[in-house]
Structure formats: C-alpha cells, structure tokens
Design a protein around this ligand. Structure first.
Ligand SMILES: *[C@@H]1O[C@H](CO)[C@@H](O)[C@H](O)[C@H]1NC(C)=O
Ligand SMILES: *[C@@H]1O[C@H](CO)[C@@H](O)[C@H](O)[C@H]1NC(C)=O
Length: 530
C-alpha cells in the first residue's frame, strides 16, 4: 500500500464517527485545573479519537493544561492579568486552609469554609470577566461555530459562554457543596431521609441522630451557605448579556449533567433523564510498570506491595507527620510505593520508596498490590474500586471524607485522621485491610459492580455529549420542574387550593346542619306551642 493509501485510510478511520453518527462536532471547553482537568481531559481525548474537533480555552496562567502534549486537543489561548505562580499559590493556600480546618467543630468549620468559597468564587469570577471581556477572543469564538460547550459546573463561566455563543452545553461535575447546583439548577431530588448530604460526613445508612444531622446540614446549605457569590455573578452575567439574568437560572439551562460517581461509590438515589452517572470514566486496565518499579514489586515476594498517595494537590506535609507515617510503613513486611514530594523522612524504612510521581492506576492494577493508602479523592477511589483494592483512607478536604465514609460503610476501607493518627493507628489500619479478608472481598464486590454496566462510563459520557450535538441540545429531557416556582414545585398552591375546597365543603355542610338545626328547633317550639 502506498503512503497515499495509508493516509486516506487513516483519515477514514479518524472520520469514522462522522460516518457512523452523521456528525463530527466542534467542541468548546471551559476547563478547570488539577484533578478536574485530568477528568475532563480523558473525555476530550476520547472525543478527539472519535474525530471531533476539541478546542480548550486556556488562560495564560494555567497550571495543568499542557499544550505540548500530542493529544490532538487544540488550545485557544487568552492572557490574564495574573500569573501561573499566583494561581498555584492561590490553590495551594486554599487547599491548605481547607485541610487545616478543624472538622470536629462545626461552628468553626462551616463559617471558615464559607469564607473560602467566596474567595474561590471571586477568583473564578475575575477569570470569567477577563475571558468574556477579551473582544478578540470572543469574536474568534463567535466565528468558530461550535456545536457544544463542555465545562465543569463547579468552575462557572461555561454557561455564560454557551449563552453568548447560543450553543447547548454539558456539565461534568463531581459535586457542588450541599448539592446546590444539582438540586436547584439541575432539578435533582435528594430526600434528606436517605440521601446523605455531601460534606456531611454521612453514609447512606443513617440512624435517627444521623438523619437529624443530615437534615440540619441540608437546611444549612439550602438557606445559609453560598457556594458562589451569587450577587456578583448575577451582576456579571446581566452586564455581559445586557438583560437581567440569574446565575443559577443560567446554570439550570445545562442540557446534560455528567456526574462523576456511580452506585459503587454512592448509595442509590433518584435521578433524572438528563443527569448521568459516569464515575470512574478515567479507569482503564493496568499497563506494565517501568522496569525499576516492576523489580521493586517483584522483590516483595508473597507479601506484596502497598501504594500510598495523597493526591495531586497535597505535595508536602510537616516533618513530624512524615515521620509518623514513615515509621509505620517501616514495620510492614510489604514493599511500599509512596508518592511524596518532600524531604526524605529520617524514619523511612528500607521497604519504602519515595516517588515524585507514580503510575497509580498501573500499580493498583498489579496483582501484587494489597492495599491503597489514599486521601480519598474520587479519582483514586475509583481506581481502587476498578481494581478491587482495599483502602486506608486519610481524608484531607472536600468530598474526601464523604468518599471514605462511603467506602467504610461498604466495608472496603478503614478511616484515619491525618492530624491525630499515630504510627500504631496507621500500622493497625494497614494490617486490618491487608489481613482481614472481608476488606478484599468487599473491594472485589464493588469492582464487580463497577465493571457490570451496560456501557463503560467513558463511552456513556461521550455518547451523551454526542447526543447533545446530534439533537442540538437536549431540552426534551428536561423535567418541567425547571418552569415551576418553589411553591408550585412543592405543590403548595395545589395543597392550598384543595384545602380551600375541603374548607368550603365543610363550611357549607356545617352551615346546612346549623340551618336545619335552627329549623328543627323552630318547628319544635312551634309544635310545643300548638
Ligand atoms: C496556544 O499556546 C500554545 C503553547 O504556547 C501553542 O502551542 C498553541 O498553538 C496556541 N494556540 C493558538 C490557537 O495559538
Ligand atoms: C510545603 O512546602 C512549602 C515550600 O515548599 C512550605 O512553605 C510549606 O510550609 C510546606 N508546608 C508544610 C505543611 O510543610
């Protein structure tokens, strides 16, 4: 076959999606950083592989978006007034603050978290403002005729861009605090009697007092907590669109929500036709390890290995904590891969190796891996579920405590507190998950549940994005709840009407009785007289 033939064949293969589905779309992406980007990136690469054109809006301060990688994803750059270092400092400090919040004192925890979220909201608002006020960029986007916009619901601005460009949009989302976005903009129903609020630290099996806590948590998020500085966003969106709009209303126009969880991690609850659960979409079979790592794994013999990572956002810890961890690990017969980017702890055992980066998925998928020490980020949890590895959870912030609580309730994890745990605690927790077979069995059960789905999570995510492109939106999947006011939604007007009806009937009957009684008394008196 000549070179020409090969390239034509490649082109045909590339365009296969266009032939099969009749559309090769143009996808615009409003991205986020860190693990949120990694998740989105997986979907984008798959879209590119299927022949779609994917263009990501990349600000000049971006930390994680790497245009030098040959993925086929295109980047549309725009400059912002802050630098990459500013952004990195902001996120590092933000995460440190959240990590350091005292979770045992609700009175302190939630107000401080509120402050942090307003900070976060304002910084995102500034970024959004810089993007939409960039005339050159906006003109270019208008010209480009996109089919769909993809963004993370927790990093706003995507909905505004979609409105400006008059294109449908799809959200990817793990959670919003108190599920506010999913609930009030997405229309999702979350009965507090059996759906644990996110950030409540509760699992789906709640006793009475836990349900009380869940209800209080829900009321707090519904009526008090502000995930986004609503007034400022309302003002920005109204200014840009030239008419009064509400931020949450615009978010509610999303055609499709792709939620990054599933019934292996979460407890079952009601959902909607335009909300799809695609947890674990980044999971894939393990690839062979680099030789040095494979040799280290093999050197563990029968005992196997333990994988330890606290995620991409937390790179260092105090010397004291590092030593507590290192001395616990040193007492294990297993070999340990520790993703750690700090100074080498003095109590580090010869069985533990430090790595700046580890191929986490490949390690977790290795048959010799016995346990995973994790901060409980959704991505790591899903890799552990995918490969059926029991966990020791050391949650730090965000949804991590909730994720670990769920894994604990499902019998696949032991939970520790990062700031108070001792070496003995960590050692005992590790021995429990490694040597008590129930943990492995439960992890394997979750793995089987995860693998037994009609379509793979990534295929599902891509299917629904293509679906939105094919139908130019998915308004037909929206529940009519979006068009109702809050009292209509809760049928308060109907209840009021029915009560009024019943009241009227009762009133009429009472009046009739009274009337006939009076008549009866009157005629009785008359009869007596006669
Ligand atoms: C955006 O910047 C990256 C890296 O500097 C570059 O590779 C890419 O071509 C730029 N995109 C456009 C559309 O200019
Ligand atoms: C993490 O490292 C930075 C500098 O590398 C340092 O300023 C900071 O104090 C460290 N944090 C902890 C918790 O050790």
């Amino acid at each position: 076959m000549s070179m020409k033939h090969v390239s034509v064949l490649l082109l045909l293969l590339q365009m296969s999606c266009c032939f099969r589905f009749g559309i090769c779309g143009k996808v615009l992406v409003w991205p986020m950083e860190y693990s949120h980007w990694m998740n989105l990136n997986i979907i984008l690469e798959e879209l590119v592989r299927r022949g779609h054109e994917v263009i990501v809006l990349r600000n000049s301060a971006s930390i994680f978006l790497d245009p030098s990688k040959e993925t086929g994803i295109k980047f549309e750059n725009f400059s912002v007034s802050f630098t990459k270092d500013d952004l990195e400092d902001f996120f590092t400090q933000w995460v440190n603050k959240w990590t350091d919040l005292d979770k045992d004192s609700y009175w302190g925890y939630f107000p401080l978290m509120q402050e942090m979220f307003l900070e976060y909201s304002d910084s995102f608002e500034n970024l959004c403002k810089e993007a939409v006020s960039n005339k050159k960029l906006m003109a270019k986007l208008q010209e480009s005729k996109f089919d769909v916009l993809l963004s993370d619901a927790i990093g706003p601005c995507g909905e505004l861009l979609a409105e400006l460009l008059k294109i449908p949009f799809v959200y990817s989302l793990r959670f919003s605090p108190g599920h506010i976005l999913e609930k009030y903009s997405g229309g999702l129903t979350l009965p507090p009697s059996y759906v644990p609020m996110i950030l409540s630290d509760l699992s789906g099996k709640m006793k009475f007092m836990e349900r009380v806590k869940n209800m209080l948590c829900m009321l707090y998020f519904d009526f008090w907590f502000q995930t986004f500085n609503e007034n400022r966003w309302d003002r920005l969106y109204s200014e840009v669109l030239g008419r009064p709009v509400k931020f949450y209303e615009l978010v509610g126009k999303a055609d499709m929500w792709l939620i990054r969880s599933y019934w292996d991690l979460e407890f079952p609850r009601p959902t909607l036709p335009n909300i799809h659960f695609v947890g674990g979409l980044h999971c894939k079979p393990a690839q062979p390890l680099p030789k040095e790592m494979e040799d280290f794994v093999q050197s563990s013999g029968e005992e196997g290995v333990v994988v330890f990572s606290l995620g991409s956002m937390v790179s260092n810890m105090t010397e004291e904590r590092a030593n507590v961890i290192a001395s616990a690990l040193a007492q294990l017969p297993q070999k340990i891969f520790w993703r750690f980017d700090g100074q080498k702890p003095s109590s580090l055992g010869s069985n533990t190796r430090l790595y700046k980066w580890i191929p986490q998925n490949d390690l977790l998928g290795h048959p010799k891996t016995k346990a995973f020490i994790t901060h409980g980020g959704t991505n790591g949890i899903y890799e552990a579920i995918y490969h059926g590895v029991p966990m020791v959870g050391i949650p730090l912030f965000a949804d991590q405590p909730d994720n670990i609580v769920h894994m604990q309730a499902k019998g696949a994890a032991v939970r520790l507190d990062f700031n108070t745990m001792t070496s003995t605690d960590l050692l005992n927790a590790l021995k429990t998950v490694i040597y008590n077979p129930s943990y492995k069995e439960n992890a394997m059960r979750l793995s089987r549940i995860h693998h037994d789905q009609p379509t793979k999570p990534l295929d599902r995510a891509v299917f629904w994005i293509e679906y939105v492109m094919r139908h130019k939106g998915a308004k037909h999947l929206r529940v009519a709840a979006h068009d109702l006011t809050w009292y209509q939604y809760h049928s308060l007007d109907v209840i009021g009407f029915l009560l009024a009806c019943v009241g009227t009937v009762v009133f009429i009957i009472l009046e009739c009785c009274l009337f006939s009684y009076k008549m009866f008394v009157k005629t009785g008196k008359k009869n007596k007289k006669e």
